[in-house]
Design a protein around this ligand. Structure first.
Ligand SMILES: [Cu+2]
Length: 147
């Protein structure tokens, strides 16, 4: 009887521990834009709100076709700061993935750092970023399992 009580208590303790393991322990992979992929005119800011929060070591997959006769070229750039992001000024931006890198299963970016990431499409001198809404901000939250 006493042994059963100990087992029951241990089982209860296990359940409590399992309940305490946060969702953030699992790194997730997100296809940016889901079925829309990385394209002109999709609202990625809304997408981020819908999919978030994002955690450290989650990954973002950018899928877009290489340039051809019928599709526009796309790319992925990271802006230096909010001002450049808002104005779509690419002068100090960093190339993340070129026009060919979104093909097939896409380009995967792992959110390793808990910093603000300003992603934009760098094509047509910022027009895809400005008029095409190809921009979004992600700040991954801390994943307590990986620190
Ligand atoms: Cu683009």
């Amino acid at each position: 009887m006493e042994a059963r009580g100990v087992v029951a208590a241990a089982a209860a303790a296990m359940l409590v521990l399992l309940a305490l393991v946060p969702e953030a322990c699992r790194a997730e992979q997100f296809i940016v834009g889901d079925a829309a992929r990385w394209t002109w005119g999709y609202n990625y800011t809304d997408w981020v709100v819908k999919k978030g929060p994002f955690f450290q070591n989650d990954s973002l997959v950018f899928r877009y076709d290489p340039p051809n006769a019928t599709t526009h070229a796309h790319s992925v750039y990271m802006m230096r700061n909010l001002a450049d992001y808002q104005s779509c000024n690419l002068n100090a931006s960093k190339l993340v993935a070129g026009v060919m890198q979104g093909a097939g299963s896409g380009f995967e970016f792992v959110l390793q750092k808990r910093k603000v990431h300003y992603f934009v499409c760098g094509e047509r001198g910022g027009i895809h970023c400005n008029a095409g809404q190809m921009k979004f901000i992600v700040k991954p939250k801390r994943s307590i399992c990986r620190d």
